[in-house]
Write a protein that binds this ligand. Structure first.
Ligand SMILES: *Cc1c(COP(=O)(O)O)cnc(C)c1O
Length: 366
């Protein structure tokens, strides 16, 4: 039996009737942009994320960009980002004309190493963008302290961690303004591109809301040089359906991770995910590490098991970022993780038998 890296079969079966009804509602209302579904989703997502304001955005990268724009980060500024992340975090910084300054990950959790942030702060630093990578919350208390001391803005990249917490406080509610993605494969995923910003600051919410819609509140009156980065009614309606299942699906991800933890302990040189005692992990990805990563991935592929690498090339070594002047060795920890990490299949509805089969093949490889 083949096991893909990700399957929507189970969740799609679960929600098909409701999704079809949501489609019909929007179709019949014949109002497709900036309508009732968006407003309702924004309220529901804000309630879920325990913030005053959520603003639907076209996708996660645009949400990061709008968050940076809303707080006024711009040309000549520096923004601290993790060296081990998806490129979107850095791209958003580049979009506003600022420079991403990379900080190495914590070797256990893979999230930004809070003990190394201060050394990266300069007189140009304006913001810190922690990424709750793979679904585990960053040490937000430490980041808050550093940000307060140096008067920096915090923008969380919460694309991978809907519902995760640090000391019981939910990710996406710590920073001044935060961004998330509802890309289909994310823990809360639309049926296309989607994202949001979240904040407790009414002024930032108003700015973000204007920026995503042509810099305008009143039609044909434009206060800012804005964008067309709206979340459409269909995606908002679909997300409303799926948000109701998010908690259940997160518990399933966590239970799959617990099974992997049990079945893969003491196997070869495998390093399993480590969760900080103050953090919860919502397992957007279940990432293991081994020196034999490429051979293991090839073996699993031959056995019909899909895996992915998040991410094979660190941002500082991407061709797009050659101009920053980094080379191999600039961020050794990010480079080591990139060459040893492997993401195993995990999705809501994945059966115990499927998890056992993946684990059994990994054991047989070693
Ligand atoms: C997915 C992701 C994004 C970007 O989201 P899109 O909706 O694909 O634009 C940003 N940051 C991280 C960490 C992500 O995983």
């Amino acid at each position: 039996m083949n096991i893909p890296f990700l399957s929507f079969d189970a969740v799609n079966r679960q929600i098909k009737t409701e999704i079809t009804r949501a489609f019909e509602t929007v179709f019949d209302d014949a109002w497709y942009i900036m309508g009732k579904q968006l407003t309702a989703f924004e309220q529901e997502y804000a309630a879920f994320n325990k913030v005053q304001h959520a603003i639907g955005i076209s996708n996660g990268l645009d949400a990061l960009h709008i968050a940076l724009k809303a707080v006024g980060v711009g040309a000549g500024d520096e923004v601290i980002v993790p060296s081990h992340t998806y490129i979107a975090t850095a791209l958003a910084v580049s979009y506003v004309g600022a420079t991403p300054v990379f900080v190495e990950p914590d070797p256990l959790t893979y999230n930004i190493d809070v003990t190394k942030i201060e050394a990266a702060i300069s007189s140009r630093t304006k913001a810190i963008m922690p990424v709750h990578l793979y679904g585990q919350a960053c040490n937000m208390e430490a980041i808050e302290k550093i940000a307060a001391k140096h008067q920096l803005t915090i923008i969380e990249d919460n694309a991978q961690a809907h519902g995760a917490t640090w000391n019981q406080k939910i990710t996406g509610s710590w920073g001044h303004i935060n961004a998330t993605s509802f890309y289909p494969g994310k823990n809360l995923g639309a049926l296309g591109d989607a994202g949001a910003v979240t904040t407790n600051d009414a002024a930032l919410a108003a700015r973000a809301s204007m920026l995503r819609n042509y810099g305008s509140v009143k039609k044909y009156h434009h206060e800012l040089i804005g964008y067309n980065q709206r979340l459409d009614e269909l995606q908002a309606a679909f997300l409303r359906v799926k948000l109701n299942y998010l908690q259940e699906w997160t518990l399933q991800r966590q239970s799959i991770a617990a099974q992997y933890n049990e079945l893969l302990k003491d196997v070869g040189d495998l390093v399993l995910p480590a969760v900080a005692p103050e953090a919860t992990h919502v397992y957007h990805l279940y990432v293991i590490r081994t020196a034999q990563r490429d051979a293991l991935q090839t073996y699993l592929q031959q056995q019909g098991i899909g895996t992915l690498i998040h991410y094979p090339i660190p941002v500082h070594l991407q061709e797009a970022y050659q101009s920053l002047g980094y080379a191999k060795g600039s961020f050794p920890l990010a480079e080591t993780i990139a060459s040893t990490c492997l993401s195993l299949p995990v999705w809501p509805g994945m059966s115990t038998g499927e998890v056992e089969q993946v684990a059994q093949k990994i054991r047989s490889f070693f």
